[in-house]
Design a protein around this ligand. Structure first.
Ligand SMILES: NC(=O)c1ccc[n+]([C@@H]2O[C@H](COP(=O)([O-])OP(=O)(O)OC[C@H]3O[C@@H](n4cnc5c(N)ncnc54)[C@H](O)[C@@H]3O)[C@@H](O)[C@H]2O)c1
Length: 349
């Protein structure tokens, strides 16, 4: 496909769920996974949208990701639990675990759920925002396959281990921070390589450990940590929380190579805090309004745009894409068309 195409979210959701089912996912796992991927596209997080099928499908076909797996609760305490994902699709496993976490938080005030034996769950905010929809503050961390190094290392050492926090705000859009611990998510480099774009300086080093703007060289090298030692330190902590504490693999042990599928044993740690067990809804709402007002009205140097809260960019992308559909560059549309042809579900739908 040469030109850019646009697809409505509803059609994309049906398409992605059908592809996943044809690849062996159960209906609920296929729908939950498709919803997470399309939600990411809808909010402008294209690196974690339906192009992730390119990574998810080989594991499903090889049976290293178990499309029919049902998560089970292995440890069940009043304010904590450990869930085993049994190598199931990450978005389905994480959704189950966050629902459990929120229901415990509603009775205990706050709860923490560790998840073992999961797989890549897409954009972390799909999981943290699930808590915000249930009047909780949601905190989510996950480890991921190795893609980041401390400056000076040759090749990746740890995962780009993401962190997301979502806090309910006004009606529909939470304040939602969703970040890799690298300067940028590695999937953005995958997308740039596919679309033939250079990446910004400062994102990555090549296999020789030297800075690069060539996405192919960056993929053979490693992403740089966000804020140097701070991002790297945070990635270490996330591996402790999501890996050591849950009984999952550590990020250097996780494989996400579509050419050689293997069980990922990815770990997540989820926290839900029930706001109204701490303060009244009125207090929380008015305090957050004051915070938002301070950010939005902060004095600006000439030429500086309005300051945004985390999540506002994605909320405006979602409004635009709800009205106008989700755009795909020609080369990405071709990849999806290839996936569609292989599974007998034509793309664009
Ligand atoms: N599942 C995994 O293993 C995995 C691993 C790494 C990253 N990821 C995902 O990759 C995605 C992208 O991560 P990233 O680090 O490249 O994100 P990013 O650098 O684009 O940062 C995104 C965050 O910064 C906020 N933001 C962006 N511009 C802003 C501005 N001008 N003012 C205020 N806030 C602003 C956004 O609202 C959002 O919360 C995330 O969804 C993350 O969960 C997933």
């Amino acid at each position: 496909m040469t030109g850019r195409i646009t697809v409505r979210a509803e059609a994309l959701l049906r398409w992605a769920a059908t592809v996943l089912e044809k690849a062996g996912a159960s209906h609920p796992a296929a729908v939950a996974t498709a919803e997470a991927l399309v939600d990411a596209n809808q909010r402008g997080l294209d690196s974690h949208g339906v192009t992730q099928l390119h990574f998810y499908l080989p594991g499903l076909k090889a049976g290293t990701t178990r499309g029919d797996a049902e998560p089970t609760v292995e440890t069940d305490l009043p304010a904590a639990a450990v869930v085993d994902g049994h190598d199931g699709l990450g978005p389905y496993v994480a959704r189950f675990a966050m629902d459990l976490c929120c229901s415990k938080a509603r009775s205990a005030g706050a709860a923490v759920v560790g998840v073992r034996n999961s797989t890549h769950f897409g954009a972390a905010s799909c999981v943290s925002e699930q808590a915000a929809c249930q009047h909780c503050i949601g905190i989510v961390v996950s480890n991921s396959d190795p893609g980041m190094s401390p400056p000076g290392a040759l090749g990746p050492v740890l995962g780009t281990n993401p962190l997301a926090v979502a806090a309910p705000f006004r009606h529909e859009q939470p304040v939602s921070l969703d970040i890799a611990t690298s300067v940028a998510a590695q999937s953005k480099v995958v997308l740039a390589a596919r679309e033939g774009r250079a990446i910004p300086a400062g994102w990555a080093t090549g296999p020789d450990g030297q800075p690069t703007t060539d996405p192919t060289s960056a993929l053979a090298g490693a992403m740089l940590p966000m804020g140097g030692h701070k991002g790297f330190g945070l990635a270490v902590i996330i591996d402790i929380l999501a890996g050591c504490l849950t009984g999952s693999a550590l990020s250097p042990e996780i494989s996400n190579d579509p050419a050689h599928p293997a069980p990922q044993r990815t770990g997540h740690l989820l926290i839900a805090i029930s706001i109204d067990r701490f303060v009244t809804a009125e207090h929380y709402g008015s305090a957050l309004e004051r915070l938002a007002h301070t950010v939005h009205t902060a004095p600006r140097a000439p030429g500086t745009d309005r300051f945004l809260l985390p999540g506002e960019l994605e909320a405006s992308a979602a409004r635009r894409r709800q009205a106008g559909g989700i755009p795909f560059a020609g080369v990405t549309a071709s990849l999806l068309a290839e996936i569609g042809t292989t599974h007998g579900v034509p793309f664009p739908p």
